[in-house]
Design a protein around this ligand. Structure first.
Ligand code: TYD
Ligand code: MG
Length: 453
């Protein structure tokens, strides 16, 4: 019997090594090398090049027909892909288990406007399970085919029979190719099967969607290997306990990575959320303190998010700080600024911060709203519910200007806010009427202007 050929792969970055090593030379991670069986494909197995490559002049390439993007039937998906599905592109959709990856792609397969032939390959769920899901989503596409298959050679055979115009793979970690002997989900299998699919997509111009699982630390399994091969990497995020889901583009060869799509998981599948601000602000007209509304920009869209703070006297020696949806270290920094530059005694207080809707904000413009919410809770004074904030707080207590402030002000105005606090360093000539723009330069001034303290 021929000797099995094995090699070691870093499970984090895909680097290959002939021997086991403790620390990966490429990514620096420890203990990530795993031995995998590979078999150098015999000459018969090797892909014979069916499509001979030929050099052509760039101006001779006819781009008009190929760049016709395909309408996916889901507005938010079109948006995040940069205007629709590009023929021949490979899109990788990553996310934690149970977040809604299979639901989104099945929904896409069923809502394509032109009844395109779609092949949905599931290595995880049976045909019946997928049918039950489709019934829940309550959409049909008579040209949507489902197979439960994991072997790529078999999948390509099905493709020859069905001739799909769109291929969906759920998930890349379940696929296996005959040319390599290691088990499904290993780095070498993921790399090889993805390359096979990539060759398929590029030579036939059929777009392929891949679902990818996420490892414990939140990155895509086999990450670097896949990210190089595919054209678009989308990441599904959201708190499973809340209904809202965000899809972010991490890499997009055909569009902007600043885009994001927002969905709400419902009993009948994912609903598109085209006006995110309305859902992220709880409607309250009474006096509630500790609430500050931030005018943030996520992706290319402005939206208003509610930040809630609770400041109480610390019962234990060490004051507690806890935050959901906001960076804890940044909260610590803001509290240090309040202590030192405003003279507020927050060092002896427990501080809890929460961003509503299970959303995580990264936009530094939310700082000012967080600071205002903390002040409001500390002094037990309510902030007028028609007031919002957009400013970054610096270490010396200064309020720094934020990008695209006009867009934020317009969004606030559209939602009926009557005051917005911004940095006094933001451009002076903002021509927006109908909303009162309050400029503040320092955190200490905010205290005066907001609470007259
Ligand atoms: P799923 O799409 O299978 O997640 P993934 O493929 O990312 O692992 O399932 C997402 C979750 O959503 C699952 O817990 C069930 C729930 N769900 C709904 O709430 N409504 C629905 O219409 C569907 C189909 C699923
Ligand atoms: Mg799934």
């Amino acid at each position: 019997m021929a000797k099995l050929k094995t090699t070691f792969f870093c499970q984090n970055c895909g680097t290959q090594s002939a021997t086991w090593v403790g620390k990966c030379k490429n990514c620096g991670e420890w203990n990530t090398y795993v031995e995998e069986v590979i078999q150098t494909p015999s000459a018969a197995n090797k892909q014979t090049h069916k499509y001979h490559s030929q050099a052509v002049r760039i101006q001779e390439i006819d781009s008009t027909q190929n760049l016709q993007r395909i309408d996916s039937g889901i507005e938010e998906v079109n948006r995040i892909l940069g205007g629709g599905i590009v023929p021949g592109s490979i899109v990788l959709l990553g996310g934690e288990p149970g977040i809604g990856k299979s639901t989104l792609l099945l929904q896409l397969a069923l809502s394509l406007p032109t009844a395109m032939t779609v092949l949905y390959v599931s290595g995880e769920e049976s045909e019946l399970q997928l049918k039950m899901r489709a019934d829940r989503i309550n959409k049909t596409n008579k040209n949507c085919f489902i197979i439960n298959e994991t072997n790529t050679q078999n999948i390509f055979q099905h493709i020859d029979n069905i001739q799909p115009q769109l291929l969906i793979i759920d998930s890349i970690q379940t696929l296996q190719t005959n040319t390599i002997e290691s088990s499904a989900g290993s780095i070498s299998q993921i790399r090889e099967t993805t390359s096979e699919l990539q060759r398929f997509a590029k030579t036939t111009s059929i777009p392929v969607f891949l679902i990818g699982h996420i490892t414990k630390d939140g990155s895509l399994a086999g990450p670097k290997v896949l990210e190089h091969i595919v054209d678009v990497v989308l990441q599904f995020e959201g708190d499973r306990n809340y209904g809202y889901r965000i899809v972010r583009a991490i890499k997009n060869r055909f569009g902007s990575v600043a885009e994001l799509a927002i969905f709400e998981m419902q009993q009948t599948g994912l609903r598109e959320v085209s006006n995110p601000s309305e859902i992220l602000i709880s409607q309250h007209n009474e006096d509630v303190n500790g609430i500050g509304i931030a005018a943030t920009i996520e992706g290319l869209r402005p939206f208003l998010i509610e930040t809630q703070a609770l400041v109480t006297p610390a019962v234990y020696g060490n004051p507690q700080r806890s935050s959901t949806g906001f960076d804890l270290r940044r909260l610590g920094m803001l509290l240090a600024v309040l202590e030192k530059k405003c003279g507020l005694k927050v060092n002896t207080k427990d501080v809890y911060l929460n961003i509503t809707g299970g959303i995580h904000v990264d936009d530094p413009a939310a700082d000012l709203a967080v600071v205002a919410a903390i002040m409001s809770s500390l002094f037990d004074i309510t902030i007028d519910y028609k007031t919002c904030f957009a400013g970054e707080v610096g270490l010396s207590g200064e309020i720094r200007p934020v990008s695209r402030v006009e867009q934020r002000i317009n969004e606030a105005k559209k939602l009926g806010f009557s005051n917005i606090f911004i940095s006094s360093n933001n451009s002076k000539d903002i021509a927006i009427s109908g909303i009162n723009i309050v400029r503040v330069s320092k955190v200490a001034n905010l205290l005066k202007k907001l609470f007259q303290l």
